[in-house]
Design a protein around this ligand. Structure first.
Ligand code: AMP
Length: 149
């Protein structure tokens, strides 16, 4: 083989190992990009599909839920794709705070701040998450039960 002639034997296994690591990383990046390309909330964030938006800045978008569960029901999503709350770390403290302050501001703007509202981050299967892009539900203008169903 050409490779064996060009390089001493001892480099062969190192070359094969490096090659394998590069291929595994490439596959992980491809899988992540396919997930993001198919994500409906990423498409709303980029403007590729329409939504009834209440607020947008460089980090977040807020828009009304397409199947409202209360008279006021909107979602706040980060523009960056996080599959769920599980993907947040200490690096994202500012973003997490920004989501909550935006929820508070929009609750005031939509007139639910005084009567009250609920903020929900459904997370993974048991949490009832159906869209795998981190989002906060803000629901108001009706009474909610506790404990939740
Ligand atoms: P969850 O079940 O917590 O993941 O919430 C996902 C929410 O996204 C549901 O309440 C859906 O009604 C809502 N939803 C899904 N697609 C859209 C869309 N295109 N525009 C607005 N809301 C959506």
């Amino acid at each position: 083989m050409k490779f064996k002639k060009k390089y001493p034997q001892k480099y062969e296994s190192l070359f094969l190992f490096t090659n394998k690591v590069v291929m595994i990383r490439f596959r992980i990046i491809c899988r992540k990009n396919i997930t993001i390309m198919a994500c409906i909330f990423c498409k709303i964030a980029s403007g590729e599909i329409p939504a009834k938006k209440l607020f947008e800045d460089d980090k977040l978008v807020a828009f009304y839920d397409i199947q409202p569960q209360s008279p006021v029901h909107f979602l706040i999503i980060p523009k960056h794709h996080f599959a769920s709350l599980n993907d947040l770390s200490a690096d994202h403290v500012h973003l997490a705070g920004h989501i909550l302050v935006t929820a508070s501001n929009l609750a005031r703007e939509t007139g639910i701040d005084q009567s009250g509202y609920r903020v929900v981050f459904n997370t993974r299967e048991d949490g009832g998450q159906s869209v795998d892009h981190l989002h906060a539900h803000i629901l108001g203008k009706r009474k909610f039960l506790w404990p939740p169903g």
